[in-house]
Design a protein around this ligand. Sequence first.
Ligand code: PGA
Length: 250
Amino acid sequence: MRPLIFAANWKMHCGPTEARAFLDAFLVEHAPAPGREVWFFAPAVSVATVAAGLRGRAAVRTGVQNVYWEQTGAFTGETSVPMAADAGATAALVGHSERRHVFGETIEETGRKVRAVLAGGLIPVLCVGEKLDERERGDTIAVVEGQLDAVRGLDPQALSRLVIAYEPVWAIGTGRNATPHDAAEVHAAIRHHLAAVGAPADRVPILYGGSVKPGNATELVAEAEIDGVLVGGASLDPASWFAIVQAGRD
Ligand code: PGA
């Protein structure tokens, strides 16, 4: 049974003071439920604050939004996996579309990052997704499979620790989202491809991201192939985030 994961990606928002205030507001309302997890991908400078705020809580996790693959050294501005772990992160986003398309991160680099995250004992959340022109050309599956090449060659044990986030680039921050049916179709293709590269695909959670809001979260997580959501804009307000993590709860 795969857990249902609600992951907030705060992007470049919420420094330590705001992060603390967010958690104070959110945690008063939040009650954990079996099989459901709430993850927070904070900016690196807020990871320690978020980890401290979540300490002792059930079914929550702190993550970092990006890491570098080297452990230490002359890499000004970068955060290594051991440093993120020391600050309290137990998961890391890898290959978010903004990393790929704003900062030019390549598939080869995402592969190195996934390996570094696994080696450091954290959970990698590998983000994949096509751009609008790629979708319009009918290349969605080919693009996503190409991005999944980052995990090719990992052993099944390592592959079993992966989480994938499918985030169509045209849906991120645009208010346009894939229909649950369209997303589920891509998720099924991702699972098929993971199995082909030797992953225990039934165990790998695949999240959907891209303009997830309180109004569409329930129908998304109702799809059997959608194991949760990765949420940017709508995760920045405690009330809207609370509504999303309630999705599908009676
Ligand atoms: P959005 O961002 O929810 O604001 O579309 C999602 C993401 O980039 O992870």
